[in-house]
Design a protein around this ligand. Structure first.
Ligand code: NAD
Length: 279
């Protein structure tokens, strides 16, 4: 089974479009997403453009605030404080990476947890790991929804997460624990990654190394979710060797067309959820 992220994301956006229309009639208001972009990082510019496009497509209000790379930290922090107070704004996202002179931690901590659609604020991170209601980082949330396409009941499954970043590996681990999986978290210092993967019913690869996970690393009938987006001479590839692994696994996400499209759809979903809680 090839898990189609493009189709799943389009279905989720369609659902959200209906929810936004409902909110318009019940609340006489719609969710509003503000993205702050500092600098000229080419990948960030594309991500931000897509976020704005899809937000508008589902009927949300969407605004991008663009600052030059040499903008002072306090300008960004003051803007966030202003947006925190603005009743029309339900979601605030500061596009990462930030220029070096701006303290990422300070920026994330300034966003009101209730408007933190990326789920990076320590309050949301803590709530997620305590099993309480929280904003969930968009890419792991997208991975969970794709996993559910392949297997409804994940209880008791052995999941191996490759990578322990705050963005992907760590929140993914929490989501799998919430689903009653037994989770092994692996990283760059793991001794025998192949042996760990061979024990897995579920593999989540979020590493950033092209085609790291090979066909003989994967148990027959495993589900493999590939988060990686790696630029190579032969185009964009994931962290999983798709040609090899798709012959062994029960289900797999392709790259592109797997996790990638889910990330923005989940951002929109988080914005709708924040709106509901704030209102
Ligand atoms: P990161 O660099 O922050 O973290 C990588 C992790 O991989 C680290 O925890 C490190 O310990 C681990 N690692 C490195 N080498 C390893 C090895 N040989 N064996 C096992 N673990 C190893 O990366 P990230 O931000 O989590 O991103 C990971 C990948 O996901 C990248 O390719 C990135 O482009 C992609 N990504 C995709 C999306 C999406 O929407 N699909 C979103 C964010 C990131």
């Amino acid at each position: 089974m090839i898990i189609d992220g493009k189709k799943t994301a389009a279905e989720l956006r369609e659902e959200l479009k209906k929810k936004v229309a409902e909110l318009r009639s019940t609340h006489n208001a719609v969710p509003g997403l503000t993205v702050i972009l500092v600098g000229e990082d080419p990948a960030s510019k594309i991500y931000v453009k897509n976020k704005e496009k899809f937000a508008k497509e589902i009927g949300m209000n969407s605004e991008v605030i663009r600052y030059p790379a040499d903008t002072e930290e306090k300008v960004v922090l003051n803007k966030i404080k202003e947006l925190n107070e603005d009743k029309k704004i339900s979601g605030i996202l500061v596009q990462l990476p930030l220029p070096k002179h701006i303290d990422k931690k300070k920026v994330i901590e300034t966003i009101l947890p209730g408007k933190d659609v990326d789920g990076f604020h320590p309050m949301n991170v803590g709530n997620l790991s305590s099993g309480y209601d929280s904003s969930i980082p968009c890419t792991p949330l997208g991975c969970s929804l794709l996993l559910k396409k392949a297997e409804k009941n994940l209880s008791g499954k052995h999941a191996v997460v490759i990578g322990r970043s705050n963005l992907n590996g760590k929140p993914m681990t929490q989501l799998l624990l919430k689903e009653n999986c037994t989770v092994t978290v692996t990283h760059s210092k793991t001794k025998d990654l192949k042996a760990e993967c061979l024990r897995a019913d579920i593999i989540i690869a979020a590493v950033g190394i092209p085609k790291l996970v090979k066909g003989d690393w994967v148990k027959k009938d495993a589900i493999v979710i590939d988060v990686g987006i790696n630029k190579t001479d032969s185009g964009i590839v994931g962290d999983v060797d798709f040609d090899q692994v798709s012959k062994v696994a029960k289900a797999i996400t392709p790259v592109p067309g797997g996790v990638g499209p889910m990330t923005i759809a989940c951002l929109l979903s988080n914005t709708v959820e924040c709106f509901k809680k704030l209102n």
